[in-house]
Design a protein around this ligand. Structure first.
Ligand SMILES: [Zn+2]
Length: 389
């Protein structure tokens, strides 16, 4: 059943499907066809939720039931092209130029998905029909969007079927500039706060008859920015808080407005949780006093797979192929690994992300091939090693 897969050609076929969230544009069909050729059983999982578009997803598996299951996870959706005039090529033509594969999703993360398939194909060929476990792919079409109808309900679907994942690599572009630099073993959490401070409108010449909400808003924002949140922890950099906007929209210079608003975003490490931060924010704002409204949205808690068997396995695979030792890091934004971490140990390793979400997104063709080698080496290590994660 096994057959060679060229990861670059598969990545190009995927890029040619303009799967800007929530569109699939045939990307999962392309993927499913190549996985079925290898003998994978494919399940298309369509999820819907109120106020969000329906999303198609794919779970593919090969191997016996109840065997240890090594999973590759990722997304086929991509972000919009942005400034089309800024691209030197058609973003969905998957052009090869000077050894680079250029197109939307090349780095984030169709190149890595193609490398999953090619790496698995190579390992399956080596096993010649006696796969000592199971390999699976958990691929969503909803990562760059609301992330509601994707990885999370897929994992719930797996759980209801009694399907276990034992270890997982997410193929996000984790390397800052060069393949092999960085494995992510966790991510910081993210909290967005929206603060509305209400006062009493009035004449600036008669402030005693008004209550200026801007002055209180400024004090509140000072309270939460004057001290660092922490100094960092063993595996995380210090948490950060950034004010992203302050809005009053007052066109008059002689009017004290009735209301002032601000938004801020906190990227937090494992010293905090969304709940502990909300309590801290309310205490700080209460200490200033007056009427305010705070709404808090936590898009992900911080998480960590501590350095151990899985990060060692992936680091060894990188060293074997590239002769470099990757750094273990928790930097950057959040990812779907935040859902997977509740099911099994998870690390992230993919291509170089320097051009992700930018115009002329691109990756070296050689990197896509080497990433397939690394994934194949990780599978070989996983299924060979008794002390496997
Ligand atoms: Zn991504």
């Amino acid at each position: 059943m096994s057959t060679e897969i060229d990861p670059v050609e598969l990545a190009r076929d995927l890029i040619r499907c303009p799967s800007v969230t929530p569109a699939d544009a045939g990307a999962l069909d392309v993927l499913q066809r190549s996985l079925e050729r290898l003998g994978f059983t494919c399940h298309r999982l369509r999820f819907s939720a109120p106020d969000t578009p329906d999303i198609d997803n794919l779970y593919a598996r090969i191997g016996g039931d109840g065997e240890r299951n090594f999973c590759f996870a990722g997304h086929t959706d991509v972000v919009p092209v942005g400034d089309r005039a800024g691209w030197s090529v058609d973003p969905f033509a998957a052009e090869l130029r000077d050894g680079q594969l250029i197109g939307r999703g090349a780095a984030d993360m169709k190149g890595a998905i193609a490398a999953f398939v090619a790496g698995a194909a190579r390992f399956l060929a080596r096993c010649s029909g006696t796969l000592p476990g199971a390999i699976s792919l958990l691929i969503t079409g909803d990562e760059e969007g609301p992330s509601i109808n994707g990885t999370k309900p897929m994992l719930e679907w797996l759980r209801t079927r009694g399907e276990r994942l034992d270890a997982c690599i997410v193929g996000e572009p984790t390397n800052p500039t060069h393949l092999g630099e960085m494995i992510k073993i966790g991510r910081r959490g993210s909290l967005t706060g929206r603060l509305v401070v209400r006062g009493v409108q009035g004449h600036t010449a008669y402030p005693q008859l008004a209550d200026n909400p801007i002055h209180r808003l400024l004090k509140m924002l000072t309270r939460i920015t004057e001290q660092p949140l922490d100094e960092g922890t063993a595996h995380f950099q210090p948490s950060t808080l950034q004010i992203s906007t302050i809005d009053v929209g007052n066109p008059a210079t002689n009017v004290i407005p009735a209301e002032a608003r601000a938004c801020f975003n906190i990227r937090f490490n494992d010293r905090h949780s969304g709940r502990s931060l909300e309590r801290w924010l309310r205490d700080a704002f209460d200490s200033v006093g007056g009427t305010y409204e705070l709404t808090v949205q936590v898009s992900g808690e911080s998480f960590l797979t501590p350095p151990g068997p899985l990060s060692d396995l992936v680091a060894r695979a990188v060293e074997q192929v590239l002769r470099v030792t990757p750094e273990l890091s928790t930097t950057g934004g959040t990812s779907d690994a935040r859902f997977i971490k509740n099911y099994c140990p998870v690390v992230e390793f993919g291509l170089a992300g320097a051009t992700m979400h930018k115009v002329d997104e691109r990756v070296p063709v050689a990197d896509v091939r080497m990433l397939a080698d690394i994934y194949a080496a990780a599978l070989a290590g996983y299924f060979a090693d008794e002390a496997r994660p």
